[in-house]
Ligand binder design. Structure first.
Ligand SMILES: Cc1ncc(COP(=O)(O)O)c(C=O)c1O
Length: 494
């Protein structure tokens, strides 16, 4: 929370911000807001004083004062008296995933979860806890805790009861697994970081689906790897472009391939078995470690069937999590791999942390033993919300082309123009928060896509879609505005 930006550094980030499409102060505020939303200006950064910034940008001081005031009003700049304002997010936007209120309030039946300042958050695709089930698991965990208190409490591999439960779950779905093949992690994102730390050195290549999950892209970037993106075909029924994946594997020989075959984020597609078989074969031939992120596997909305990727080869590394089936606040995930690989992962893990919290793991063991218990109610509510969202989009934004997902929590929607970032910048003024399409890709593409979660109950989805329609209308009324916002500095992953 202590960084600051010099006027020159901010001017560089702003690029060609002033195109005369709107009052200068508004253009300035819009682009700063975009930079904050995209993570190019980290949260907590002190912006330059009004005086120095107006001199550097060669605009009047009034312009900068008004821009800063607008950012303050919208919650993107703190208002310390006598000090330079620091960048921040509006209250609901700053909440961590899983706690943002409106998301799925109706799905869980949880009371009074609306976002305090009324902003509807469409940036996170996450649900509140399957409350009663999670609470019961914690109550049981507390009764089991005393037996473990005499131990040290450190276990880099995970609490044995949970490892057994996870191994049992894999065995039950056709992938025979022993507890020694399981490493418990603090969520799937932690799992991916452990895998990257173990398998990938700087400059190594990592194959990714394009689009894919933004935080995975972040982690791969942070590992210093070179991305090998393989585009998903535009037609959902085509699934994955396995021929292109085979070619990329053979030509580029990536160290690792990160795939989300089960209700892929953001498209919600399910990879058919025939494609899984070819993928596994091609990865083996290229010497590439195939990492399957199965975080969304339980969110099977249409009852599609596909065998877990690991059932096709013992070399596959699988990542799982309770975040989507139960609650992201569990912060509990896992890695399934060969025993030897698990030992390597455990060694890498201890460079980051020394194990997970014990009570959470004991509770997680109860949840994993009966993994599907909360799913029928969760899936029924999600199906209803998916239908509602698709109908609302069809009715209010007929030019938008949403893909109907097989599962997961969101709809990947093709826009009639490359305006995703512009919509994202305008959205907070209309009471919604969005994640722009380019966050799901490499190199600023997917400007003509938007991911829209259906984690809200239908009435709130209607409010959200009406706000999206207003945002679209604003852009339609001012193509110049769209250009200004789109051509703002390249979008990074927040
Ligand atoms: C594909 C994918 N992987 C990983 C995660 C993060 O999971 P966790 O909360 O277990 O870290 C998400 C969350 O949305 C996801 O969609």
């Amino acid at each position: 929370m202590s960084g600051s930006l010099t006027p020159t550094a901010l001017a560089r980030l702003l690029g060609q911000w002033h195109l005369g499409a709107a009052p200068a102060y508004r253009e300035l505020a819009d682009v700063v807001r975009l930079l904050v939303l995209d993570g190019r200006i980290p949260l907590g950064t002190a912006l330059p004083s009004e005086r120095t910034l107006s001199a550097t940008l060669a605009v009047s001081r009034t312009t900068v004062t008004a821009a800063y005031a607008s950012l303050r009003d919208q919650g993107f700049l703190s208002s310390g008296q006598g000090t330079r304002g620091r960048t921040c997010l509006p209250r609901s936007a700053a909440q961590p995933p899983g706690t943002e209120g409106t998301a799925g309030a109706g799905l869980s039946g949880a009371p009074g979860l609306s976002v305090p300042d009324g902003v509807i958050d469409l940036a996170y695709a996450s649900l509140p806890a399957s409350g009663e089930v999670v609470h019961r698991a914690f109550a049981a965990a507390l009764t089991e805790l005393p037996a473990l208190l005499p131990g040290f409490g450190y276990d880099a591999l995970g609490v044995p009861a949970l490892r057994e439960a996870i191994a049992g779950r894999y065995t039950a779905i056709g992938v025979p697994t022993s507890p020694a093949q399981i490493l418990v992690t603090s969520g799937a994102q932690h799992a991916l970081n452990i895998v990257l730390r173990t398998l990938v050195a700087r400059q190594d290549r990592v194959l990714v689906e394009h689009p894919t999950y933004p935080n995975a892209l972040d982690a791969i970037r942070a590992a210093g790897a070179r991305m090998v993106p393989v585009a998903l075909p535009p037609a959902p029924e085509a699934g994955w472009d396995i021929a292109a994946t085979e070619a990329a594997l053979m030509q580029q020989r990536p160290k690792m391939a990160y795939m989300v075959p089960d209700f892929h984020n953001p498209t919600g597609r399910l990879m058919p078995d025939s494609q899984r078989r070819r993928l596994v074969r091609a990865a083996a031939a290229a010497g590439t470690v195939l990492v399957a992120d199965e975080t969304l596997r339980e969110l099977n909305l249409d009852g599609g069937t596909a065998a877990p990727l690991a059932s096709f080869s013992p070399a596959v590394v699988s990542i799982g999590s309770l975040s989507k089936s139960h609650w992201a606040g569990m912060r509990t995930g896992w890695i399934r791999a060969s025993e030897g690989m698990i030992q390597r992962f455990a060694a890498a893990r201890t460079t980051m942390d020394l194990g997970g919290p014990v009570v959470e793991q004991l509770a997680a063991a109860h949840l994993v033993r009966d993994l599907t218990e909360p799913m029928p109610a969760r899936l029924a509510a999600l199906r209803e919300s998916r239908s509602a969202l698709l109908e609302l989009l069809h009715g209010h934004l007929p030019q938008w082309q949403p893909e109907r997902p097989d599962g997961g929590l969101a709809v990947w929607c093709r826009l009639p123009a490359p305006s995703s970032t512009a919509l994202t910048v305008i959205a907070p003024e209309l009471g919604i928060r969005l994640a722009a399409g380019p966050r799901f890709g490499v190199g600023g593409v997917f400007e003509n896509h938007l991911r829209i979660p259906f984690t809200l109950p239908p009435d709130q989805l209607e409010t959200a879609v009406l706000a999206l329609r207003s945002a679209q209308a604003r852009l339609d009324a001012s193509p110049q505005l769209r250009r200004t916002l789109r051509d703002s500095p390249a979008v990074a992953i927040a």
